[in-house]
Design a protein around this ligand. Sequence first.
Ligand SMILES: C[S@@+](CC[C@H](N)C(=O)[O-])C[C@H]1O[C@@H](n2cnc3c(N)ncnc32)[C@H](O)[C@@H]1O
Length: 279
Amino acid sequence: MNSPVLIRDTAGLLPVALSGERLADLQAYVLRNRFLPVPPSEDNFVGDGDYLAIGTEFLGHFIELGGLRAHEKVLDVGCGIGRMAVPLTQFLDQAKARYVGFDPASAGIQWCTRNISSVYPNFRFAHLDVANSLYNPEGYIRGNEVALPFASGAFDFAIMTSVITHLPADEIGPYFQEIARLLGKGGRLFVSAFVMVQDRNPDAKPRIDFKRAGEGPAWFADEKEPMMAVAFDDGFIESALQAAGFELAVKRLGHWRGGSNSLHYQDFFVALKTNAEVT
Ligand SMILES: C[S@@+](CC[C@H](N)C(=O)[O-])C[C@H]1O[C@@H](n2cnc3c(N)ncnc32)[C@H](O)[C@@H]1O
């Protein structure tokens, strides 16, 4: 499936708060800050790799690709154990900005509340008992019926990093709809994903071997534990964003598929809430 959505460049579309050397300085400062909380590796359930380095890399993507600004209200959907939140504490303005993260994994929420909210009271974390066969199999809220207790337009920026890579296809559209409701006009949604592009470099050696899962748009890396890693047909995410009332601002392919010199691993989308009529 080809993308029906025009891909625009962010230049001129989204305001960039920091770039170049100033952004690199902020990232270096975050990485040097030994007072920042980092969970013990045995408690970190959000993936391998350096917790602080990955979060700090994403801070740069949020600012440069997503146009995140220091005074904005941020919603982190599936915040895990605060990997994105910790570096954000060093950018978001303590007096003006607000951050809310929620996740079905209660251990992560407890850690974040103890270690982040205690020092940064404008960062709040909440447990949402949404079912996910990998992360919260007994959850009582169905993944395609999530409704968050916030007013429409309450947020400027929403984050979904490494989250739809663990969701079934039928949960993506309803989630994007709910996030579109929560974002004000000009709000942005930053999503990371795995996308099965068709014109792949034949010599590339993907780091994950996805297999198509039945008739739908999803591909699984592990049929026994399908939510371990989920990819989608190219165009599926764009269509779901568009149906929810977003305009696609950025689509950047990552190097997980091999044969690429991309600077990031997963594929990235930044979608803009335009308040245009949803078709
Ligand atoms: C790989 S972790 C990524 C966590 C975090 N976004 C990060 O990048 O560090 C995937 C997260 O998605 C959460 N998750 C799973 N199903 C979810 C759902 N339906 N809604 C929100 N979060 C979900 C998991 O509990 C887990 O914390």
